[in-house]
Ligand binder design. Structure first.
Ligand code: ZN
Length: 229
């Protein structure tokens, strides 16, 4: 009976792939199998020192830096991340994070994390967008691994315009000193996981790391859903 009911629901209320917009079959969730197979995974979770680690470690060495998929131009990944970030398709971010969690389970260092800190949005941007996509990713990981998500330890104190059309130098100028650690004592000697949706030049993440690294004994790891190749 359940199967017949389920088939009826799918026929009457078809669901569509967020990647290619084809109708999803019953076993598919959020994206179709073709789009799922097309995601270009970074696999840097399994490297000892990933390219991403080098990208975000300047004056401070991060413990681990991992990203799930590449944000290639004209890719399904690009479309999915864009919809998650700008078009309120939160379901996409949750789905991709759950997929990434399956791989994260293989890594012991994730159990060493004390707090997850989502990269903060300026409050005005959060009001305009209605959500902080990094918080959504963080909450899924926090739930999966039973780690507390802290949104009140790091604040964005300056409103910045979109980074996407700026040169690398301008991006860095744009984000210098825009974050502030609110309660340094709570983060002393803790291992934190800094989370963002996508890393491009790494300037926003680096600006956060720069600020967090002032905390005594802190260890920092970084996780993003996507990264540029
Ligand atoms: Zn598809």
């Amino acid at each position: 009976m359940i199967n017949i009911f389920s088939v009826m629901i799918h026929t009457l209320l078809p669901r569509y792939c967020y990647g290619c917009e084809d109708v999803l079959v019953e076993a598919e969730e959020v994206i179709c199998l073709d789009c799922l197979l097309e995601l270009n995974k970074t696999h840097n979770l399994h490297e000892t020192e990933s390219e991403l680690t080098k990208k975000v470690s300047f004056s401070f060495n991060v413990e681990n830096a991992v990203s799930f998929i590449y944000f290639d131009s004209d890719s399904i990944a690009r479309k999915l991340i864009h919809r998650f970030k700008y078009e309120e398709d939160i379901i996409i971010g949750k789905y991709l994070t759950r997929l990434f969690c399956q791989e994260l389970k293989q890594k012991d260092w994730i159990k060493d994390i004390d707090y997850i800190i989502p990269l903060p949005l300026h409050w005005l941007k959060k009001v305009k967008r209605g959500y902080n996509q990094s918080e959504i990713i963080s909450n899924i990981i926090g739930k999966e691994f039973d780690i507390k998500v802290k949104t009140n330890y790091l604040k964005r104190i300056k409103y910045t315009q979109s980074q996407t059309k700026k040169s690398r130098e301008k991006r860095w100028d744009n984000v210098k000193g825009i974050f502030r650690v609110i309660n340094q004592d709570k983060l002393k000697n803790k291992h934190i996981l800094l989370v963002d949706d996508i890393v491009t030049t790494g300037s926003s993440i680096y600006s956060c790391i720069n600020e967090l690294s002032k905390v005594e004994g802190i260890k920092i790891s970084v996780l993003t859903l996507a990264s540029t190749n």
